[in-house]
Design a protein around this ligand. Structure first.
Ligand code: ATP
Length: 446
C-alpha cells in the first residue's frame, strides 16, 4: 500500500472524478482559482457542516454570523491591513519571475532543476518591495479614491465589528465566540500547489472573546480542540503537528500563534492557525470608529475590552488534507487499486447501489433501495454500467464507503451484499435493513 507521491496524481484524479476543475479552463485557466465539481461541492459542504456542527451547534458558547465580503474601508485601516498586510516581493532582473522573499529556499528560479521559459540559471534578484495582498475594487458608479473598497482578506473583522451586536442579541457572557465561514481574497504573489494557495478561497474562522489574563489558558484549550477535530475526521495523527510562530514570524496583531501543519507531498505546511490576537482588533476598532467595544460584566460591573483567541482554517486546505491523507494505491490481484479512503462523514456519496445485471428483477430491487436511501437523506448513487469490478473501482476512487449489489439471490430471498471500500469485505444484509445499517455507521449524519 502506498501514499500519495505526487500532487499531479491527485490533480488528475480530482478532475477525472469531478472533485476539482481548473477555473476558466477553456481559456487556459487562471492558475490561482479552482472550481469544485459535483463531488467537490459535496466534500466542501461536508467539511463546512462538520466544522459548523462542532464549533456552533454542539456548543452553547459560540454563535454564528455571516457578515458581508465588502466592508467600510476604515475597517481595513483599523485592522492594520492597509498598512501591514504585505508580503516581500522580489523580482529577477533577467527572467522577470517574481517570488516571495520569505519563501525563496529551493524554489528560487536559479535552483530549479528544469527551467521555465525565460528563466536564467543564476537569478539576479532585486531589492524586496512590499506588496499589499488585498484586492481593491470600487463601490458605486464613480471610480475614484473615495469609492475604493477591499475584498476581505479574512472573515475575522466582520466578527469584531459585530462583537456587541452578537453579544447583546444572543445574551452571551464572556467567554464566548463568534463563528463565520465565507469567502476571502488575497492577491498572493505565488499561488500554487493545487488548491493549497489560491487567490479566492474560503475560511472557517472563530473568534473567542475572553477576559484578559485568561487568554493563555484559552489558547491552549482551542489548540487542543482543533487538533482533535482534524483527528476525528480520520486524518492520521503522525501527519499532523503543531508549530509555534517564532517572535519574528508573528503577525502584527498576535501575542502567540501556532500553526497546525500537515505533511503534504510538498512538505510540512500550515492549514490552520490558532492566534492570540489580544485586544488589538477591538481596541483599534474603538479608536477608529469612536464607538466603545467594551464588555460589561453584569454581576461585578467590571468593564474591559476582551482578548481574542482565533481559530482560522481554510476550507480548500482542509479538503486538500482530507484528500491527500485518504489517497492510497494497493496491489490487488496484479492490478493497482486506487482508493480515496475519506471518512464516511466527508465522503460525497455514502452508498452506491448496483444491480449485478440489468435483468431478472434485479434493477427493480436496486432502484427501490436507491430511492429509499435518497428519501432518508443518504446521498446514494445508482449505477448499472460496466462489469461489477469496474463499478467498485470507480466508487473506490470517488471515496464511496459502501457499495450494495443486488444479485440473483436478492431476487429469491431479499438479501443484498454490502461491500466495504477499505477492507473489500462483503456481507449479506436484508435489503430492507440496509438503510438502518448505513445510518448506524454514519452515526446519525447523512
Ligand atoms: P500562509 O502562511 O500559508 O500564507 P497565513 O498564515 O497567511 O497562511 P492565515 O491568515 O492564518 O494564513 O489564514 C488562516 C487559514 O486560511 C490558513 O491556515 C489557510 O488554511 C487559509 N488560507 C490562507 N491563505 C490562503 C490562500 N491563499 N489559499 C487558500 N487558503 C488560504
Amino acid at each position: 500500500m502506498s501514499d500519495l507521491q505526487s500532487m499531479d496524481t491527485l490533480v488528475s484524479l480530482a478532475k477525472r472524478r469531478g472533485y476539482v476543475f481548473q477555473s476558466s479552463e477553456i481559456y487556459g485557466g487562471t492558475g490561482s482559482v479552482w472550481d469544485y465539481g459535483p463531488l467537490g461541492v459535496e466534500l466542501r459542504r461536508n467539511v463546512m457542516d462538520a466544522w459548523w456542527s462542532a464549533m456552533v451547534h454542539q456548543r452553547d458558547d459560540v454563535e454564528g454570523l455571516d457578515s458581508g465580503i465588502l466592508m467600510h474601508p476604515r475597517v481595513w485601516e483599523a485592522s492594520g491591513h492597509v498598512e501591514g498586510f504585505t508580503d516581500p516581493l522580489v523580482e529577477c532582473k533577467h527572467c522577470k519571475m517574481r517570488f516571495r522573499q520569505d519563501q525563496l529556499g529551493a524554489s528560487a528560479c536559479g535552483q530549479k532543476p528544469s527551467k521555465a521559459p525565460g528563466e536564467t540559471d543564476s537569478c539576479d534578484l532585486g531589492e524586496p518591495r512590499l506588496f499589499n495582498l488585498m484586492f481593491e475594487t470600487f463601490m458605486g458608479p464613480v471610480k475614484d479614491a473615495a469609492a475604493t473598497v477591499y475584498l476581505r482578506p479574512e472573515t475575522a473583522q466582520g466578527s469584531y465589528v459585530n462583537f456587541l451586536n452578537v453579544q447583546t442579541s444572543a445574551r452571551q457572557k464572556i467567554p464566548f465566540g463568534v463563528a463565520q465561514m465565507g469567502k476571502a481574497f488575497r492577491n498572493e504573489i505565488t499561488p500554487g500547489n493545487f488548491i493549497f494557495r489560491t487567490r479566492e478561497f474560503e475560511q472557517m474562522e472563530m473568534q473567542y472573546f475572553v477576559e484578559p489574563g485568561t487568554d493563555d489558558e484559552w489558547f491552549e484549550y482551542w489548540r487542543a480542540q482543533r487538533l482533535e477535530w482534524h483527528r476525528s475526521l480520520g486524518i492520521r495523527g503522525e501527519k499532523l503537528r503543531l508549530t509555534p510562530h517564532g517572535p519574528n514570524e508573528l503577525a502584527h496583531y498576535a501575542k502567540t500563534a501556532e500553526d497546525i501543519e500537515y505533511e503534504f507531498p510538498f512538505g510540512w505546511k500550515e492549514f490552520e492557525g490558532i492566534h492570540n490576537r489580544t485586544d488589538f482588533d477591538l481596541g483599534r476598532h474603538q479608536e477608529y470608529s469612536g464607538k466603545k467595544l467594551e464588555y460589561v460584566d453584569s454581576a461585578s460591573g467590571k468593564r474591559f475590552v476582551p482578548y481574542v483567541i482565533e481559530t482560522a482554517v481554510g476550507v480548500g486546505r482542509t479538503m486538500l488534507v482530507a484528500m491527500v491523507d485518504a489517497y492510497r494505491e494497493e496491489e490487488v490481484e496484479g492490478d493497482t487499486r486506487v482508493v480515496l479512503g475519506l471518512h464516511p462523514r466527508l465522503a460525497p456519496i455514502k452508498v452506491a447501489v448496483f444491480p449485478l445485471v440489468k435483468k431478472d428483477g434485479m434493477p427493480e430491487i436496486a432502484e427501490a433501495l436507491h430511492k429509499e436511501l435518497r428519501a432518508a437523506g443518504i446521498p446514494s448513487f445508482y449505477d448499472t454500467s460496466g462489469a461489477i469490478g469496474r463499478r467498485y473501482r470507480r466508487q473506490d476512487e470517488a471515496g464511496t464507503p459502501w457499495c450494495v449489489t443486488v444479485d440473483g439471490q436478492s431476487v429469491e430471498d431479499g438479501s443484498v451484499t454490502v461491500r466495504d471500500r477499505d477492507t473489500m469485505d462483503q456481507s449479506r444484509v436484508a435489503a430492507s435493513a440496509v438503510r438502518a445499517w448505513v445510518q448506524e455507521r454514519l452515526g446519525g449524519v447523512a
